[in-house]
Design a protein around this ligand. Sequence first.
Ligand SMILES: Nc1nc2c(ncn2[C@@H]2O[C@H](COP(=O)(O)OP(=O)(O)OP(=O)(O)O)[C@@H](O)[C@H]2O)c(=O)[nH]1
Length: 174
Amino acid sequence: MLSYLASKIPSQMFLWIQEDTEVLSCQEQINRAIYWADGYVFVYSITDHRSYRTIKPLYQHVRKIHPSGNIPIILVGNKTDLLRARQVATNEGARLANELGGAHFEASARENYDGVSDAFHHMCLEVSRAIGSSNGEKRRGLHLVRPKSPNMQDLKRRFKQVLSSKAKSSNTSL
Ligand SMILES: Nc1nc2c(ncn2[C@@H]2O[C@H](COP(=O)(O)OP(=O)(O)OP(=O)(O)O)[C@@H](O)[C@H]2O)c(=O)[nH]1
């Protein structure tokens, strides 16, 4: 879920976060959750090309935290029910997934749960394969404390607050 949330955050957000002491802990929480995740589901909307372009910087952020790169990822293009509003072609999604080393899915969370379920089923198989082959070694040399219980709703609310306060301050400085 973290990656889902993260996929909605503009890449510049990470820079803003670094500049803002109050929000630093928020970034830290995100980084911890990234560190501890067993797999990543990157979600974009097929009706919003900007959301698609956000995936790569987010993936690079994840790779900074996991330089080895052998963490399961999948890429999901959501909102396939909105046929006429499509801005991201299926082959664009497939190409990016291939570049990032993961599988590509398209789904409509509104229409039915089959596509969502297929994507998560695939992710679960990949995660169990990765955990099975890691021999319990994965988290040795731990440098980040495991988050107790990431509250994604709270994180999302805080991100929205930060975005709106940044928007307000840039409006007033114009
Ligand atoms: N048509 C359609 N709408 C969807 C689909 N998935 C989500 N939505 C709608 O998209 C909007 C945002 O969905 P949320 O679940 O709130 O996702 P979010 O991450 O908060 O999205 P943003 O607020 O847009 O960043 C809601 O109005 C949902 O009903 C989908 O597959 N198809």
